[in-house]
Design a protein around this ligand. Structure first.
Ligand SMILES: NC(=O)c1ccc[n+]([C@@H]2O[C@H](COP(=O)([O-])OP(=O)(O)OC[C@H]3O[C@@H](n4cnc5c(N)ncnc54)[C@H](OP(=O)(O)O)[C@@H]3O)[C@@H](O)[C@H]2O)c1
Length: 463
């Protein structure tokens, strides 16, 4: 199958798997992938899009809505429906998959199905978009929110401090996923607040990070490249601007003892991805990005493997169902977001289609171009930003202690430098902060690898 650069000597199918694709950013990512692929790639190139959801009915509905979107896009561009079905068949191939990320059994099963198709049909994953996620919030402090809106609107709706996060949320016992599927039930639907930490994991941590972490590792065989003209696949992580360093406690990696498990999971994502190419983390990154069950850098035929690369994105602030607000409050949220944008907030994309710009850019930009950008200016958190008129763009985003590219004294080209939209607790990158960030990266990689190895041995045979 294909490689992302789109040069003429490459085969023409480009496969992207997007998790959590039935709503919000995930669905918009799929729509935007279709639109950008259709109008930026040669006519003989095919997008094989695999949206994942949590159930067969959500998948059917998602495919339906994606087909409607495609029809609209083609109508807009052609002014006619003539040839739509031909184009649809020829250039966009939609196929649904299901996964419940808080069930490691479900994750393993999806990976196994896809790997099998890799062996049988040569399926390759060019981009894995780790989008699905939950907030883990229980409500919010109305008084605090109102006061914040009246006195400090942009900061309040960019870095909300009025949300009440749940504490100690755990997944269903992991082995229960196997039985659930055998009985034909939807996996992970009921939230168990079981505290048996031996068979459960932090729910927000697993939905947002660990489920994807395991999935990406298991898909390494479909994302590695063995030929010089083929680029390795890419793993695009979706983080957030709410990825505060203080939320992540290395002694509580799963965020079980904090009310900021969402923010903790996003900071964890930032640290994992931004440190993934540092020499000091390779002891753990190498086995992670190697074929499952080995730390080999060659396939079974002795071909040198080039491993997938990890990229970091965030969608700015978008109105989606992640906050699960009642309808009236949802309208208010949209209104306030637009006001924030009018007042100059760079992060209020508001629409998830605009917010998807950075994710789609990372998924479709030629690999060589991305590699060069990060080689020259450092590994970045690529964010979706927006101007007052709603014109979106992708910019490097400052990360506390890391800066825009992990380089002391850097001045970002195109990155956001104004105080508007900057988190007030931001630690400017310095020699000390950079060293601390790297040390955190080493610790986090070691802990994640230990957890992965532990759970993989437990799950052996259960799958
Ligand atoms: N909205 C924003 O402003 C914003 C800002 C920063 C980052 N993000 C990130 O963007 C991503 C998408 O969020 P969103 O705002 O689009 O929220 P959303 O509309 O609630 O979408 C979340 C998606 O993830 C799926 N999902 C949740 N838990 C899952 C699990 N355990 N297994 C499999 N799928 C699961 C959901 O499926 P169901 O429909 O079945 O629940 C849904 O499809 C998240 O990672 C979020 O942190 C969003």
């Amino acid at each position: 199958m294909s490689s992302p650069s789109g040069s003429s000597n490459e085969s023409s199918t480009y496969t992207v798997l997007v998790t959590g694709a039935n709503s919000g950013l995930g669905f918009s990512t799929c729509c935007r992938l279709i639109d950008e692929f259709l109008f930026s790639r040669p006519q003989n190139h095919i997008l094989h899009l695999i949206p994942t959801t949590r159930s067969a009915s959500k998948s059917a509905d998602t495919l339906d809505r994606l087909r409607q979107h495609l029809t609209k896009t083609l109508r807009r561009s052609n002014g006619t429906t003539l040839g739509i079905s031909v184009l649809l068949e020829r250039r966009i191939r939609l196929e649904a998959e299901q996964v419940e990320l808080t069930s490691l059994v479900s994750v393993k099963r999806l990976a196994r199905r896809l790997r099998k198709r890799g062996e049988q049909e040569g399926l390759r994953i060019d981009a894995l978009v780790c989008n699905a996620g939950i907030g883990g919030w229980e409500g919010f402090d109305m008084l605090k929110a109102t006061w914040g809106l009246l006195t400090d609107l942009i900061d309040t709706v960019t870095y909300p401090r009025y949300k009440t996060g749940g504490k100690g949320w755990v997944t269903k016992p992991q082995m229960a996923g196997a039985e659930g599927e055998a009985e034909g039930k939807e996996e992970g639907v009921d939230r168990d607040r079981d505290r048996d930490t031996d068979s459960t994991l932090g729910e927000v941590f697993t939905a947002n990070v660990f489920g994807h972490y395991l999935l990406a590792h298991d898909l390494v065989p479909l994302m590695s490249s063995t030929t010089p003209d083929q680029h390795p696949g890419r793993i695009v992580w979706v983080s957030s601007i709410e990825a505060y360093p203080h939320s992540l406690d290395l002694d509580d990696l799963q965020g079980l003892h904090t009310t900021e498990s969402y923010e903790s999971s996003k900071r964890l994502t930032d640290v994992l991805v931004l440190s993934s190419e540092l020499p000091s983390t390779q002891q753990w990154v190498s086995p992670y990005l190697s074929l499952p069950g080995s730390s080999k850098s060659q396939d079974q035929d002795g071909q040198e493997l080039r491993r997938p690369k990890m990229y970091l994105s965030h969608p700015g602030v978008c109105g989606t169902s992640i906050a699960a607000l009642p309808k009236l409050l949802e309208y208010c949220m949209f209104a306030v977001f637009y006001v924030a944008r009018l007042l100059g907030s760079p992060w209020h994309c508001v629409s998830s289609y605009l917010g998807a710009v950075s994710v789609v850019w990372l998924a479709l930009t030629p690999a060589a171009q991305l590699e060069e950008l990060e080689h020259e200016e450092g590994k970045a958190k690529w964010g979706s930003a927006c101007d007052v008129r709603g014109d979106e763009r992708v910019i490097r985003t400052e990360v506390s202690g890391w800066g825009w590219g992990g380089r002391v004294g850097e001045v970002p080209d195109g990155g956001l430098r104004s105080a508007k939209g900057r988190w007030r607790g931001m630690r400017t990158v310095s020699k000390e902060s950079r060293e601390e960030f790297e040390e955190t990266g080493r610790k986090v990689w070691r802990a994640m690898e230990e957890l992965r190895v532990k759970w993989e041995s437990r799950l052996e045979g259960v799958e």
